[in-house]
Design a protein around this ligand. Structure first.
Ligand code: C5P
Length: 224
């Protein structure tokens, strides 16, 4: 395998309601993180998985994943970007393709991991899985007045895993100043070219209680 996958899992997950850190919320009786790690580790190209856990949960996350896949667990940071940077520093020598995946996208299929990795292997600097946007999207002022309608055909919703040549991701993080919500955004800021591959509906981000209910249903139908 020539791929390492970073799994930032250090977020509090307040939008899911009060309780455990989001990555440790249960889906089908197992934490989201366990599902996410099991599914990425099942992709044949994956040689290493590095998880960034909440600082207080590093030992418990190590124990949780011990029987799931060989993983390195490091403490995450205050932002997703810091958590990714911490995981990146812990990647073993060897893999030249790095994927960054959210623990919250617990049902992302192994085949999606492979298609993102394949596009990096084929020469892309950075690769993101995307889906078309189904809703009409409007820009709205703080007081709720519509400022304009965005041309939907040019929009895509962006998922993870996002894939990078190792040197590209390291350079993007080294140069990062503002915290962004995804890693491809850092590459864009460096003037890098980010290319798209088709995403998967199973890679939905489990953010709100509705998403968790949907994911419970999907899990029961043996996702790909
Ligand atoms: O908050 P958001 O949904 O964007 O989080 C996306 C992913 O980033 C989650 O898997 C979350 O655990 C992770 N994260 C992190 N460290 C933070 C904040 C979020 O690893 N400080």
């Amino acid at each position: 395998g020539d791929v390492a996958v970073l799994v930032p899992a250090a977020g509090a997950g307040v939008r899911l309601g009060p309780g455990a850190p989001k990555a440790l919320r249960l889906l089908g009786g197992e934490p989201l993180l366990v599902h996410a790690v099991r599914r990425v580790a099942a992709a044949p190209s994956v040689a290493a998985v590095v998880v960034a856990a909440p600082a207080a949960e590093v030992e418990s996350v190590r124990a949780l994943l011990a029987d799931v896949a060989p993983v390195v667990v490091v403490p995450g940071g205050d932002t997703r970007q810091e958590s990714v940077a911490a995981a990146l520093r812990a990647v073993p020598a060897g893999p030249q393709i790095i994927l960054v995946h959210d623990a919250a996208r617990a049902l992302a299929p192994p085949a999606l991991v492979e298609s993102v990795a394949a596009a990096v292997r084929a020469g892309a600097d950075a690769v993101i899985p995307v889906l078309p946007v189904v809703d009409t999207v409007k820009e709205v002022s703080a007081d709720g007045v519509v400022l304009g309608t965005v041309e939907r055909s040019a929009l895509r919703a962006v998922q993870t895993p996002q894939g990078f040549r190792r040197d590209v991701l390291a350079a993007a993080h080294a140069a990062a100043v503002d915290a962004l919500t995804d890693d491809a955004g850092l590459v864009e800021k460096q003037g890098g070219v980010v290319t798209c591959v088709p995403g998967s509906e199973y890679a939905l981000k489990i953010t709100r209680p509705f998403d968790l209910a949907l994911a419970e249903h999907l899990l029961a139908t043996a996702p790909p």
